[in-house]
Design a binder for this molecule. Structure first.
Ligand code: TYD
Length: 209
């Protein structure tokens, strides 16, 4: 596809939103058309699914949770991301398949391979060109979240062990796909992180319109 698909990944509270904003600003200033989106919740249908999967009270079976993320993804990729890439645009997306593998596969212990296969099916096998993994010890990211949040969503509310498994799974995936996934130490200074990300993405950029 002619466009460029960039995803940002990592645990809760690692600073994805800040880095996404800095990246988008840099790309737009260079004249690129950028679509900024996220999972879950990048479409109207996705917003309803996001509310259910993050905030619904009461029990939710882990497989049901995995399928809701997959449903959000299927609709999002088909109706928003693929069309933008086909138009040659740059998509900057907060979370994607690697999040499902880490949170549902490892966090919920459903199995990374099973969850990955489900995600790939949902996403018509579309993988990002570049993925930035912001890596941080969950003890530190919890401190950041504590100072920023008044309430936690269903995933954030999970215990340390869960978030430790999520972190390990992200790092394992990054070790398996070093060409796609750039691991950045999220404890570093905000502007230093932004520079490292730009250096990696620079080589992939199409000529601005
Ligand atoms: P996010 O939008 O990053 O949270 P916030 O904007 O509140 O910081 O992600 C919402 C949560 O969903 C996050 O805890 C990770 C989780 N998640 C999964 O468990 N599986 C997935 O496939 C995705 C995309 C997200």
């Amino acid at each position: 596809m002619p466009g460029l698909f960039i995803t940002l990944e990592g645990g809760d509270g690692v600073g994805k939103t800040t880095q996404s904003q800095l990246l988008v600003q840099w790309l737009e200033e260079a004249g690129h058309t950028v679509v900024v989106t996220r999972e879950p919740g990048g479409t109207d249908l996705g917003l309803e699914l996001r509310e259910i999967v993050l905030h619904r009270r009461g029990e939710m079976d882990p497989r049901a949770e995995a399928l809701i993320y997959a449903a959000d993804r299927a609709h999002h990729i088909a109706t928003l991301v693929k069309p933008a890439l086909e138009r040659g645009e740059i998509v900057v997306q907060d979370r994607y398949i690697d999040s499902s593998e880490a949170y549902q596969g490892a966090g919920r212990v459903l199995g990374s391979d099973e969850v990955r296969d489900l995600s790939l099916w949902a996403a018509q096998n579309l993988l990002p060109d570049v993925t930035v993994l912001l890596d941080l010890d969950p003890v530190d990211s919890r401190k950041r979240l504590d100072s920023a949040r008044t309430r936690y969503d269903r995933l954030e509310a999970e215990k340390h062990d869960f978030h430790a498994r999520v972190r390990e799974a992200f790092l394992e995936r990054a070790a398996q796909e070093p060409d796609r996934i750039l691991v950045v130490d999220a404890a570093r200074d905000r502007d230093e992180i932004a520079t490292v990300i730009r250096e990696r993405i620079h080589n992939h950029l199409p000529h601005p319109a």
